[in-house]
Design a protein. Structure first.
Length: 159
């Protein structure tokens, strides 16, 4: 069963790309004592994710942060190298690019997507959530092929 509003974010480690290479970042570091908008995409550099989902957050980053959000994070079941390169290619300096390379966070919150039919293996469903001090306060899981409920515009409306 997927994570629900009112649930705590599980303790896992993500990878983030730094100037020194990939580094661990715990879910506590991401979510504790902060208001975070997290959105997940099935794959970096994929069409919907690169043309619509991430760019919406890049353009809306200031408006989202003006609503009291400390961190905007994009998560995918990709490695830190891919997430770092994708963030650079998308000018996503204001977005924390979280790599869930082994899908541990994705599995822990029940958001697995079987992308094997597309040659992508295990991935994360497309979703967006608002997390306040480690607790989910809003969750929007997308229908297959859609980018509506988890879009930057939709998240702004909820904030």
């Amino acid at each position: 069963m997927p994570i629900q509003v009112g649930d705590k974010i599980p303790a896992v480690n993500f990878k983030v790309m730094t100037a020194e290479g990939p580094k661990d970042m715990s879910s506590e570091q991401v979510f504790e004592a902060k208001k975070v908008v997290l959105f997940a995409v099935p794959g970096a550099f994929t069409p919907g994710c690169s043309l619509t989902h991430l760019p919406g957050f890049v353009v809306s980053a200031d408006a989202i942060k003006d609503k009291g959000v400390d961190t905007i994070a994009c998560m995918s079941v990709n490695d830190a190298f891919v997430m770092g390169a994708w963030g650079q290619a998308q000018n996503a300096e204001e977005i924390l690019m979280l790599a869930d390379g082994n899908g541990e966070f994705t599995a822990a919150i029940g958001m697995e997507l079987d992308g094997s039919g597309f040659g992508m293996g295990g991935r994360a469903k497309r979703f967006g959530m608002i997390v306040e001090d480690g607790t989910v306060t809003h969750l929007a899981i997308e229908a297959p092929g859609e980018i509506k409920a988890s879009s930057a515009e939709a998240m702004l409306e909820v904030l």
